[in-house]
Design a protein around this ligand. Structure first.
Ligand code: SF4
Ligand code: SF4
Length: 806
């Protein structure tokens, strides 16, 4: 199959060729499978496959990977293997990550995390019980009961609470799956394990397929030989057996499960799809995430075949999934007379409690908990940081150490270096990454000593130099050796791609502060990326994170003493903005895959309803704010007086035209206050003194210099016009659609070009109220992109004319 962006995985190329030549298109499998009914025979799908088309890459994620097609195919074709390979190809090409799979991957990550996993091996242990994730979560007491029973046959039985990572396997995340499962297998092998007893059919499939060195059996086969003849009252109504599709070709567990059901006194009446031709419960291949209708269709088929009978299965996942539609029991529920299985978040609690219970009952001489690369809860680190901050604040305040944390004192420490202090800081930062010293404390010190602006300047210079130094060390010390070790077409392809587009990888990893800075510097040195590309990309793309972190860190000293400054809020906002970058990148990459959202037709009634809701929300918020002000007026008093004073002062200066006094008032201001006053001035011009002579531009240019002054006034003008446009849209935004509809046009007809030009012209006339300009934009429903361009151009002309006038 041709691909524009690179060759296909060899396995996929082979499977596509097999499918095209082997599948006769007889349609037997299509008749059995809702997915194939939708997309055609495997041969059709293979022929139309285009690895570069994001939409074609979604199709394979709608196959349940159940294997029914292989079971019924008269030509011996294995379509599910093809669809799994397609998933892997999609992942390799960056088309295979879906937000809908996040929940399942989080569930998997929890299972492999340090908190949830536990390995316990008694002395001389060669056999382990591997209960998986679903059984311990839904049926913890049954899991213990099974362990106790198995111990009768294997006195030195070990226990492993972990996830086999089949979700990642099925989602095509081959590399992650191999890494995680491979590590588990290597550990078990190195500790002498030879036999694995699994409770979950998915684990069975993974162990038999990817760890053939172990003798893998299901616990049902073992229990069939251990359990007493009858453990429950015989019942007359027959039950149906649901064989999990994942082990449709494993006859031993199927027979064992039936034997156990019979021993429990039940009579079995088989459904039409059973054993090798069993049906998926709907959960297979995580289809429900992207194609819930297909997943539901499988479940409905089972409901029909069960025909009111109770269904017994031997997979906790199937029991859970089918249990939403049918009366389903796990075979172990019957054997151990279990109570109702748990669901939802309780399953996590169960797993944690089960882990502590097993820690007590398994006489382990060797034990471990798993550590997952990048695992754990996303909220854990922020919460830990918050906890440490609160503890530090309490400590500083209780011990009276705040007096030593004055920035002046710290600066005095550095003042010993005189004007070379920044050079010392940059020099330390240059060598730190090569010595693998953490940059975090260094950056915090830089932010504290040099403040938010110079802290950013010195830190970005130091960090870039440090990153370059580590890169060069790795490049000259180890690149040749690495090149000799890593041979093969895949590596060569990766290496030459890095040489061409490596700056993208650098940009991505520098923008996202999750990647380890020190390790990455060395890692990039081992690749073929050119040094200038690396250095420039590092400097540019590290800048946003550095600004965010240094701004935030410069507030920490005050925070430790209980003072919250503007740098704190701005820093937090910037950190949040930087952490959103990965999501934006992902959204950008996935945008082609998404179907365009159906446009909601405009209706006056709906528009008025939305406005009523917005007005009510605004009124409630205003009332709440008013209540807070009344209650805490004593605390806000001073702020309100200062604000009032400033507003009156600004109003008088604007009205009376006292330019010199206004300039003197502005000169000593910090940049944050100056930006605030610029906003106030523009708002007053807009809402309080429309048509008054515009002195703001001249005053700001005189106080801060022309470029900075114009930047303050221009940005403030944009914000105020934007707010006016929102007001215009709220009050007048329904007039244009009504007018268009009256003339027989679509209500959402784009505004005419002259309306956009007029908006720009209004913004360009000095003294013309921006309020009217905003109302015009809102009334005509001019799109944000076009209105921002027009207003920016207009404001620039307005400011230049104002400057020329004064
Ligand atoms: S594996 Fe299952 S869902 Fe996928 S094509 Fe085959 S029968 Fe259909
Ligand atoms: S049953 Fe086999 S030969 Fe027939 S369409 Fe399906 S895959 Fe092709």
């Amino acid at each position: 199959m041709q691909s524009e962006t690179g060759t296909l995985r060899p396995q996929l190329a082979a499977l596509l060729a097999d499918e095209i030549s082997g599948c006769t298109g007889c349609g037997v499998c299509v008749g059995e499978c809702g997915f194939l009914k939708l997309y055609g025979s495997p041969r059709d799908i293979a022929r139309s496959y285009d690895p570069d088309d994001p939409k074609k890459n979604v199709v394979c994620f709608e196959c349940s990977l159940c294997g029914l097609c292989s079971a019924v195919c008269p030509s011996g074709v294995k379509p599910q293997a093809l669809f799994l390979e397609m998933r892997r190809e999609a992942i390799d090409r960056g088309f295979g990550s879906f937000r809908e799979h996040k929940g399942l991957l989080g569930y998997e990550r929890t299972g492999t995390s340090r908190r949830f996993s536990w390995y316990g091996l008694p002395e001389g242990c060669t056999t382990i019980f591997f209960p998986g994730c679903a059984l311990p979560g839904t049926r913890p007491s049954v899991t213990v009961a099974v362990y106790e029973r198995l111990k009768e046959a294997f006195p030195d039985l070990g226990l492993v609470l972990d996830c086999c990572t089949k979700p990642s396997h099925d989602l095509g995340r081959e590399q992650y799956f191999s890494q995680m499962f491979g590590e588990m297998v290597a550990w078990l092998e190195s500790h002498g394990i030879q036999r694995v007893l699994v409770a979950c059919p998915n684990c069975y499939k993974v162990f038999t397929e990817y760890a053939p060195q172990f003798q893998t059996e299901t616990v049902y086969e073992r229990l069939a030989g251990i359990m007493p003849e009858t453990t429950a009252e015989a019942t007359s109504s027959p039950v149906a057996i649901h064989d999990p599709c994942v082990i449709r070709f494993a006859s031993a567990p199927q027979e064992a499960a039936r034997g156990l059901v019979s021993r429990s006194g039940r009579v079995i009446a088989e459904m039409s799809h059973t054993r090798t031709r069993t049906l998926c419960c709907g959960e297979g291949g995580t289809v429900g995430a992207l194609a819930p209708d297909l997943a539901d269709a499988w479940g409905e088929l089972r409901v029909g075949e069960a025909a009111g009978r109770q269904v017994v299965t031997y997979c906790a996942g199937c029991a859970n999934h089918l249990g939403k539609r049918l009366k389903v029991s796990h075979v172990l529920d019957l054997l151990f007379n279990a109570s109702k299985p748990s669901s939802g978040p309780i399953t996590y609690v169960n797993r944690l409690r089960l882990k502590s219970r097993f820690k007590r009952i398994v006489p382990a001489v060797i034990s471990r908990e798993r550590t997952v690369p990048g695992g754990g809860s996303g909220m854990l680190r922020p919460l830990l940081f918050l906890g440490v901050m609160i503890a530090a604040i309490v400590l500083v305040r209780a011990s009276g150490a705040g007096q030593y944390l004055e920035p002046e004192r710290l600066r005095a420490l550095f003042s010993g270096f005189g004007i070379v202090a920044p050079l010392v800081y940059i020099a330390i930062y240059t060598v730190a990454p090569a010595l693998m010293l953490p940059g975090l404390p260094l950056s915090m010190a830089g932010a504290t000593v040099f403040g938010p602006v110079w802290g950013v300047v010195y830190t970005i210079i130091g960090a870039t130099l440090g990153a370059c130094a580590a890169f060069l060390i790795a490049r000259y010390a180890a690149r040749n050796w690495v090149e000799r070790q890593l041979v093969g077409s895949r590596w060569n392809k990766l290496d030459s791609e890095t040489a061409q587009n490596g700056w993208k990888a650098v940009a991505f990893t520098r923008l996202i502060p999750l990647f380890p800075f020190n390790l990455l510097n060395f890692a990039f040195g081992l690749t073929k990326i050119s040094f200038p590309q690396y250095a420039v990309a590092t400097f540019i793309f590290m800048l946003p994170g550095t600004i965010a972190f240094i701004t935030f860190s410069s507030s920490l000293l005050g925070l430790l003493k209980g003072k919250v400054s503007w740098e704190f809020f701005v820093g937090i906002a910037l950190i949040v903005a930087v952490s959103l970058i990965p999501r934006l990148v992902k959204w950008y990459r996935n945008r082609e895959r998404r179907e365009p959202r159906p446009e909601v037709p405009w209706s006056l009634r709906r528009s008025l309803q939305l406005k009523a809701i917005a007005a009510a929300a605004l009124a409630v918020t205003a009332a709440a704010c008013y209540g807070v002000v009344l209650k805490y007026f004593w605390a806000l008093n001073a702020y309100l007086y200062t604000l009032e004073f400033n507003l009156l002062f600004v109003a008088h200066r604007l009205r009376d035209g006292d330019l010199a006094g206004f300039v003197e008032y502005l000169k000593p201001m910090s940049s944050a206050r100056a930006a605030g006053i610029a906003l106030v001035c523009q708002a007053m011009h807009t809402f309080a003194f429309p048509f008054s002579p515009l002195r703001t531009t001249a005053a700001f240019a005189a106080a801060f210099g022309t470029p900075t002054g114009l930047a303050y006034v221009g940005c403030a003008g944009l914000v105020v016009t934007g707010l006016s446009a929102l007001l215009g849209r709220f009050c007048l935004g329904d007039l244009a659609p009504l007018h268009y509809r009256h003339r027989g046009l679509a209500p959402r007809t784009p505004p005419p070009a002259w309306a956009v030009w007029c908006a720009g012209a209004m913004a360009a006339i000095p003294g013309f109220p921006l309020l009217l300009c905003g109302l015009w934009i809102g009334g005509f429903r001019i799109q944000p992109g076009r209105s921002v361009a027009a207003i920016t151009a207009g404001l620039v002309v307005r400011m230049l004319l104002s400057l020329a006038a004064y």
